[in-house]
Design a binder for this molecule. Structure first.
Ligand code: SAH
Length: 355
């Protein structure tokens, strides 16, 4: 038994079933026992690997794309360079290294990080020591008086979701309850729900949809800043234009697991509903949802890969070629992962994306 399992069993026995969002956020961010609170879950010895940990090229080409957007928008002399959920700080470190020679970019950039995990804040602090980042608990705390250039890779998938099953003309929430000392799912009595009124048209009885209120709130914070002050937001994650079906999943030591088992010891995620993020970011504009492979190709990742390959031989060269394939190939991360750009009315579309 994990300690968080005890915590849930006693809470459910005292108060009744809890929402998946409540379960997910407690598992990930409980102040003592949360999955992200005390550990670095990334890398071969952790539970999962992300694009910036696979290769420096990911952050490098994204950095140059962001610098292009900064120039397209008139090289503002002060701006926020922000990341949501920066993990080990690798993506931000690669963005900043690649843009070092862009005249004026570093002098204008203030680095801001939104991170909930004390353990990962420490890793970010070590990695980004020269850049004096400022940390925040919430997107709402990001400065709102200067342009915002923001990246979020595999961040939105970690935000807590709720699940609803379509009844005849209402929705029955999927809850977490307990039976015989284990956690299991239960269904609440169906009820109408305003937030899902638009899904009555594209679902039938029995279908399952997911909602993510925090994603909505954060996209609204980002969109209002970009619409008002300029900048660009790049949201990179797995998911689709519209959520459909059960995508709640657990990953432990690179294997899928039952999300209700071993709470606090597995990474919990759900697919991102990009439509919900795009519409919440209004009045900022949003780009077409684009596969990660196509996006990185358009940003020149293959030329960068060839340049780096010149200095390599043997196993390092083989690993480098495999990393390029892993980031871009349709059978690997190339189409599963998608990119949504947020940008202000009147500005050019961010590099690598289309209308
Ligand atoms: N972007 C990194 C790490 C992805 S893991 C990479 O690509 O490697 C998810 C990150 O989001 C972790 O840093 C985690 O601690 C952070 N995180 C998860 N939920 C959060 C929340 N609600 N608020 C702030 N940070 C959160």
């Amino acid at each position: 038994m994990t300690e968080l399992l005890d915590h849930f069993l006693s809470r459910i026995s005292a108060q009744g079933p809890i929402s998946l969002a409540d379960y997910m956020s407690t598992c990930l961010l409980h102040p003592d026992l949360g999955y992200y609170t005390n550990r670095d879950p990334l890398g071969a010895r952790g539970d999962f690997t992300t694009a910036p940990e696979i290769s420096q090229m990911f952050g490098e080409v994204i950095g140059l794309g962001l610098a292009q957007a900064w120039m397209d928008q008139g090289t503002p002399e002060r701006f926020v360079m922000a990341e949501l959920g920066p993990g080990r700080g690798s993506l931000m470190a690669d963005i900043l290294r690649a843009t070092r020679r862009v005249p004026g970019f570093h002098a204008a950039a203030e680095v801001h990080l939104v991170e909930a995990s004390p353990a990962l804040r420490q890793a970010q602090s070590a990695r980004l020591a020269g850049y004096m980042p400022t940390w925040h608990d919430h997107c709402a705390d990001l400065p709102d008086d200067v342009p915002l250039y923001l990246v979020a890779n595999e961040f939105f998938d970690a935000l807590p979701i709720r699940q609803f099953q379509r009844a005849q003309d209402g929705w029955s929430e999927i809850l977490v309850t307990a039976a015989e000392g284990r956690l299991t799912r239960a269904r609440a009595t169906p009820a109408p729900l305003d937030a899902l009124a638009h899904r009555l048209d594209d679902t039938i009885e029995g279908d399952l949809v997911e909602t993510c209120a925090p994603a909505h709130a954060m996209a609204a914070e980002i969109g209002s800043r970009i619409a008002k002050n300029g900048g660009v937001g790049l949201i990179i994650d797995y998911g689709d234009w519209r959520s459909q079906g059960d995508t709640f999943q657990a990953l432990r030591r690179h294997e899928y697991a039952d999300p209700l088992e071993m709470p606090g010891h597995a990474d919990l995620t759900a697919h991102v509903d990009f439509e919900a993020i795009a519409t919440a970011a209004s009045p900022a504009k949003y780009t077409r949802l684009t596969g990660q492979g196509l996006f990185l190709e358009r940003l020149g990742i293959t030329a960068r890969a060839q340049a780096l390959a010149k200095q390599l031989t043997g196993t390092p060269l083989e690993n480098h070629i495999a990393a390029h394939r892993r980031l871009t190939h349709p059978e690997e991360m190339g189409t599963l992962f998608k990119v949504l750009g947020i940008y202000p009315e009147g500005a050019p579309i961010p590099a690598g994306l289309s209308e």
